[in-house]
Design a protein around this ligand. Structure first.
Ligand code: ATP
Length: 509
């Protein structure tokens, strides 16, 4: 039988959530396109995040900065030097792998041999990888001796020395391609927030503590994109940089950990499916004082990162500011003689210029969407023995909130009423309401179960007092009512058209 991940991939394609990028030319690895329902689900996830983190707080501002950035930004952020993953090539077929992925995917006895060969314990996988990177010549020998297989050919490979591979996409800016005319596609949205720190402070009169939120695309030239939308080369992030007085940073770190866990739960991800990884010091990114990774139990993949919540200390603003030596920075930063701005803010009590600490909750939209779909995907056996697939999405995330279905598409009295109901419900501002006259009502119900539409509203002959389709008498009590079908309970209820808006609004609140 197909795994849950396979079923999800198939549903996403069949119903128009997610397609392979550039599919009609054979596809492009690591790129996906969001279809008619995928774009709605994605927008709803982003809106829920924005609502919780910007609108419902009084200490946050929003931002939408540009994707292509000055090379100096990514130089002083540390990305030019350190934003890389270790890679190895198989000389037999010129296939390239991310070292840690390659080793992790081997059989247990091969991993044992690699670990022993490099002098580490196999149970401490990060240490094994770190040792392989530190001793590249030996690593190449160890991979060969252990019989590490190529995932592509299945054969034992002839491995090169591991070397770092920078994951940033570089591009030329302007008509002349010379040494100075390149820029980068941002590998995280965060840098746009740091470079606009002063603009936001000056234009909003914010004082500490406060945060800036941004949702947008980021680009990483992943060596081995895989696992559907889990690891892609064009991704979307929802990031917060929360600026605070040094010394209060650990409390704010805890605050954001709690807030973010509560948010995931509100999106239908139970607390029991998320593990908090307190990242060990040796695995921390170059900017981090401490990081909690939220690990979600993805189907097939197991626990993998869905969000990172990092204490970035004063590293970022400290790296991008001028006059670094006067600012008592805590983080080790490289010298910056390019910045023209002093990135300080007055201390709330002493008013002395201060470089604040930063707490960064950074979540991936694509990974969020995959988790939300995984939790919502449900297979049920009905009383009559048939099976139904239903996406039990939280209503605020559902791509279509209500489908309005005329029971007969060629009866104008019925379609007119159905269209009027669609227009009225659409006006509630709850999201997409679909007028659906594709015919067979059973098929429509099945489709809307599969895409997670919470309610289907059916306009039938009784609504118009016309009597049933098979020459039945109409029940006068049913005139001016519609049938509302509940996705989860399958209950069907007659609701007065005059009360329908209020009814739906109440249910979808
Ligand atoms: P990983 O270790 O899985 O590569 P990371 O630690 O590099 O992830 P961060 O740099 O912390 O990830 O990025 C923050 C968030 O952005 C991640 O928690 C994840 O949700 C998302 N993300 C990062 N890389 C990708 C990617 N290649 N595809 C999809 N989402 C990603």
């Amino acid at each position: 039988p197909a795994s849950l991940m396979e079923e999800l991939v198939s549903l996403c394609k069949r119903r128009g959530f997610i397609f392979q990028g550039s599919e009609i030319y054979g596809g492009l690895q690591g790129f996906y396109d969001y279809g008619p329902l995928g774009v709605e689900l994605k927008n709803n996830i982003k809106a829920a995040w924005w609502r919780a983190n910007v609108y419902e707080r009084d200490d946050m501002e929003g931002l939408d900065s540009s994707i292509i950035m000055h090379r100096m930004v990514l130089r002083h952020s540390g990305h030019e030097a350190t934003f890389s993953d270790p890679m190895v090539d198989n000389k037999k077929n010129n296939k390239r792998y991310r070292l840690d992925h390659l080793v992790k995917d081997q059989k247990a006895d091969v991993i044992e041999k690699v670990a022993a060969g490099i002098g580490e314990d196999a149970s401490n996988f990060p240490a094994v990888v770190a040792a392989l990177i530190k001793q590249p010549a030996k690593a190449s020998e160890v991979l060969k001796a252990a019989g590490v297989r190529d995932a592509f050919s299945g054969e034992v490979g002839d491995w090169t020395e591991p070397k770092p591979f920078n994951m940033m996409f570089k591009t030329t800016i302007g008509p002349v391609a010379d040494e100075e005319s390149y820029g980068y596609l941002r590998p995280e949205t965060a840098q746009g927030i740091f470079t606009n720190f002063k603009n936001v402070v000056d234009s909003t009169s914010r004082r500490l503590p406060f945060g800036i939120a941004q949702i947008g695309k980021a680009f990483r030239n992943e060596i081995t994109p895989r696992n559907f939308i889990f690891r892609v080369r064009e991704l979307e992030q929802m990031e917060i940089e929360f600026f605070c007085v040094p010394g209060t940073d650990e409390d704010w770190h805890q605050h954001w950990l709690d807030k973010r866990l509560a948010w995931w739960e509100a999106q239908g991800i139970p607390r029991s499916k998320i593990e908090i990884l307190d990242v060990p010091p040796e695995d921390l990114a170059h900017y981090s004082k401490r990081t909690y990774d939220l690990m979600y139990d993805y189907p097939t993949l197991g626990f993998e990162e869905i969000e990172g919540i990092a204490n970035r200390s004063d590293y970022d603003l400290g790296s991008h500011t001028k006059n670094q030596s006067e600012l008592n920075l805590v983080a080790k930063v490289s010298e910056n003689n390019d910045s023209i701005a002093k990135l300080t803010i007055p201390h709330p009590e002493t008013n002395k210029p201060l470089v604040p600490f930063v707490i960064e909750p950074s979540a991936g939209v694509d990974r969020a969407l995959l988790a939300v779909l995984s939790e919502a995907f449900t297979k049920e056996t009905l009383e009559n023995g048939s099976e139904r697939i239903v996406l039990k999405l939280k209503p605020h995330l559902a791509p279509i909130k209500v489908a309005v279905i005329p029971l007969a598409r060629n009866r104008e009295e019925i379609t007119t009423v159905a269209k009027a109901i669609k227009a009225e419900l659409q006006g509630l501002g709850l999201g997409r309401v679909l007028y659906e006259d594709s015919g067979n009502i059973g098929k429509a119900y099945r489709r809307h179960d599969e895409v997670g539409t919470p309610y289907c509203v059916t306009v039938d002959f009784d609504t118009l007092g016309l009597g049933g389709g098979e020459g039945k008498e109409s029940d006068p009590a049913l005139k001016d009512t519609v049938t509302v079908r509940d996705r989860d309970t399958l209950a069907q209820e007659r609701v007065k058209i005059s009360e329908l808006s209020g009814w739906i609004r109440e249910k979808l609140r």
